[in-house]
Design a protein around this ligand. Structure first.
Ligand code: MTE
Ligand code: MO
Length: 466
């Protein structure tokens, strides 16, 4: 912008308190945000950028990256920065600059933080999702951790201690095969009913792997702690990924779940027999089988017991369900229960939406996955080729687990006759778990403002010879 004064980055840096006025930069602009402070919806967090570029923070709080906010900012412009923001410098400010390189196979729904799912059609071909194809759900930049420096912080009843990476590796190695699913999986179908806040996941924000490392029980026993005797309501896990204000990603599970799973909760350093990739928690991740992805904390830094849930944003103000009439004006996150175990679900992965089948095809091979939380195994998957009028049972592929400790998904496949009186139809799948829980038939009845927990019948439209 011509005609405005120019300032150096040092000039801007000197304006970092209310007394000196608060300046920030964005691209080549210098902005005085002192007056704007009271009206900032995010409160004082904006002060983190005082005297600096606001871009790294917006890269983390990416909701800021929209035209409306740019316009508000422009009204506060007081000048230009002398040195035009070179690409290099922008890069230096980018908190995501050290993120790993990802497989081109993954389809991102957000680049920073990185969130991506594999193509659904490759997902159900393999029981153990290959590490490079495993969906990624990050909320923050991926931490850079050196194993020589890594130590798991343990705050146990009566003692504070830690366990170094090498010590973890020397403990008896146990494994669990478990499915990770984001509560936002299939949010794209909810968005079609009514807008929701959240990433536009299709049906592949789910993957399955074998995780190895010591069990939680072995780790606690090493320090003479018997979890059955711990007098707390929750066990809390914290990651090494931090928000700009320094608070880490965190999650908790009720102590009774931790007790019943103590031998199968794995403090994992291996994923499918390999070192855990950085995107999935390198060097150490807690794998809690049968619970929602959000509680399977990556880059595990600290474990402690508490009388209350993790205070993290993602435990308290996210990953909760609401009835369809709750909106952003009347929502009260304190009044809803945190998601721990997911409801029964399934999805068709092949054919994909919009597939045009051969003109004279009489049958179609349908493939997909089914999964239920809490170790509840899948006993049946019903699939329809006529929009849900008639159903055929799919062939369930064995997942090597027992009905009540089934932490892995069940892949399935079925050949269906296509209705011959139409050249387009809707394929539908719905699963039943060992507790005879079934999937609801519509998205409408379970719609919620965060777009989580969509386990409605999964539908895929196909045509024939169009
Ligand atoms: N752990 C940390 N430390 N930080 C995170 O952002 N995301 C959670 C969980 N663990 C997250 C985390 C969420 S919401 C999900 S769904 C899973 O990790 C995704 O695991 P994945 O990226 O290995 O697929
Ligand atoms: Mo998630």
């Amino acid at each position: 912008i011509e005609g405005l004064p120019t300032y150096s980055r040092a000039d801007v840096a000197a304006h970092n308190t209310v007394e000196t006025k608060i300046w920030v930069t964005f691209r080549n602009g210098v902005y005085d945000i002192t007056q704007y402070l009271q009206s900032h919806p995010g409160g004082n967090k904006i002060l983190l950028a005082a005297g600096k570029s606001i871009e790294p923070y917006w890269n983390v709080y990416s909701a800021h990256k929209n035209e409306e906010i740019y316009e508000v900012l422009e009204t506060l412009r007081i000048g230009n920065i002398t040195e035009p923001d070179p690409k290099k410098e922008r890069n230096r400010d980018d908190p995501y600059r050290l993120d790993p390189v990802r497989s081109p196979l993954l389809i991102p729904c957000c680049e920073k933080p990185f969130n991506a799912e594999p193509p659904a059609e490759i997902l159900t071909d393999i029981f153990y999702t290959p590490n490079h194809a495993f969906f990624v759900r990050n909320h923050l930049p991926v931490p850079c951790v050196k194993t020589e420096k890594y130590a798991l912080q343990l705050e146990l009843p009566g003692q504070k201690t830690c366990l170094k990476y090498e010590e973890l590796r020397k403990m008896p190695k146990k494994s669990v095969t478990a499915t990770t699913m984001c509560a936002g999986n299939r949010r794209n179908e909810m968005i079609k009913v009514k807008p929701v806040k959240g990433l536009n996941w299709k049906a592949a924000a789910i993957s399955n792997a074998k995780w190895s490392g010591p069990s939680l029980d072995d780790v606690l026993k090493k320090f003479k702690v018997d979890i059955d005797k711990v007098n707390s309501n929750y066990i809390v896990f914290e990651g090494m990924d931090k928000q700009p204000d320094g608070s880490p990603y965190g999650a908790s599970i009720p102590i009774e779940i931790a007790r019943s799973l103590k031998d199968v909760i794995i403090i994992a350093y291996e994923m499918n027999g390999a070192i855990i990739p950085r995107d999935h928690g390198y060097p150490v991740r807690v794998m809690i089988p049968g619970v929602v992805g959000a509680r399977q904390v990556k880059w595990l830094n600290r474990i402690y017991f508490s009388s209350e849930e993790s205070t993290s944003h993602w435990q308290r103000n996210d990953y909760k369900g609401f009835n369809p009439s709750v909106d952003w004006d009347n929502v009260n996150f304190d009044k809803s229960v945190s998601i721990t175990e997911l409801p029964v679900t399934s999805a068709i992965c092949e054919p994909v939406e919009g597939t045009d089948l051969e003109k004279d095809s009489e049958t179609v091979t349908v493939k997909g996955y089914a999964y239920s939380g809490g170790g509840r195994g899948i006993i049946r998957v019903d699939v329809s080729a006529d929009g849900g009028k008639t159903w055929t049972e799919a062939n369930l592929k064995p997942n090597g687990q027992t009905p009540y400790t089934s932490y892995a998904w069940t892949l399935w496949e079925v050949d269906l006759s296509l209705p011959q009186d139409a050249d387009e139809t809707t394929l539908v799948a719905k699963a039943v778990d060992i507790s005879y829980n079934v999937q609801p038939d519509s998205v409408e009845g379970i719609w919620n403002l965060r777009g989580v927990l969509n386990n409605a019948w999964h539908k895929v439209n196909v045509t024939r010879g169009k």
